[in-house]
Design a protein around this ligand. Sequence first.
Ligand code: 4AD
Ligand code: MG
Length: 453
Amino acid sequence: MAEPAEFIGKTVDVKGWVRSRRGNKYVQFVALNDGSSVKSLQIVFDLTKFTDDDLRLVTTGASLHVQGTLVESQGKGQTVEIQATELQVYGTADPDTYPLQKKGHSLEFLREKAHLRPRTNYFSSVLRIRHALAYAVHKFFNDKGFCYFHTPLITASDCEGAGAQFQVTTLPLGDLPLGKDGSVDYSKDFFGKMASLTVSGQLEGELGATALGCIYTFGPTFRAENSNTPRHLSEFWMIEPEMAFYEIADNMDLAEEFIKYCISYALEHCKDDIEFLAEYFDKELPERLKFVVENEFVRLPYTEGVRILEDSGRKFEFPVYWGVDLASEHERFLVEEHFKKPVILTDYPKEIKAFYMKLNDDGKTVRAMDVLFPKIGEIIGGSQREDDFGKLKGRMEELGLEGMDWYLDTRRFGSVPHSGFGLGFERLVLFVTGMQNIRDVIPFPRYPKNCEY
Ligand code: 4AD
Ligand code: MG
């Protein structure tokens, strides 16, 4: 990018939206922003050259084309500014009706105006960081020789088996075709069977990995969980690498390297945006990000984690004992209070994890790994996969999983040890931006009872 110094004294053209306007009867200052940076450009209108009437339409939210001379700024807060010579107003924004008038609207107010909030400094910063992280994801895997593998969004299987799928149908809901036993006749549906939006691309990803070696997916994921929390969305983006010949320890190494890479990338490329968000929301943000990048994650078996929680003497809202699916308060205790570092918890009881995870020799635990982060809780969920055909088939039968013979083919023919994980992209963006609510790190959030735009 060109340095502003190269343009000092030259005539330049700029286009953007007015963030604010102030001044006196001699001069007016307009902060113009084109979305490329959180820093607006100061335009100076000398009132001996422009009349009040010329500037009447220059109000917050209006879009302008300004021509002028770039000069060093005398004022505080910017190094350069433009002395305007020509002005064209593209689109006006009536101050009586434009919703984003004042600075510092609450995030709740802005969530109700989600169609306009990218025009604020907060959200444009979040969205630029989101972009940089998405680019970092692709760069990380591309540089390692992984293949970007596209898994379907419409699927006939339920990867996580949690029953949280959105159904996809073209059947008339008021007049469903019924079979002899009174149940819906899905053979009449669009795909001739029941179909849903995917909760994870993993199972199809495994088909890719057992052919291409190392793959990753990066796409939208849908979960119809009724979780109204600051960490859950009904539509979120997930990155799922899947690697042939990786065992659980390799999987943990990759997860740690990957997440550190993404955070370092943002620290390096999004300095202004991170500083801005730190100033307004979370002073400790840059330190927290650096801390995660510079320190090794703790690796801890679930059984030991439960022992630490039991011995802590802490009165948790949800009881903790071996076999329980840990609640966010338990995860956060381990990460924020006990270790004060990200923790990779491994070897969970098989009953609380998905069917595809590799059974350990103890017959009770599986080679699962969840990466737990400060303020976020679970940011990554993954595992080594069961590669033994007989064991996997047995587990699927126990759980009543049918119609997935295609998946068993990966174990039937040329089965290999393999592993993978899923990173919730918005949880990563949440961590890197220091925002509090996951609904504020995706342009158009989807959550229970909300599907605007
Ligand atoms: O732990 P999960 O359910 O794991 C899987 O889906 C595996 N198939 C991944 C794999 O091994 N390939 O989800 C993975 C991650 C979670 O750790 C979390 O970060 C995120 O996805 N996640 C959500 N993010 C936002 N809103 C939700 N409702 C989420 N559910 C999961
Ligand atoms: Mg999980």
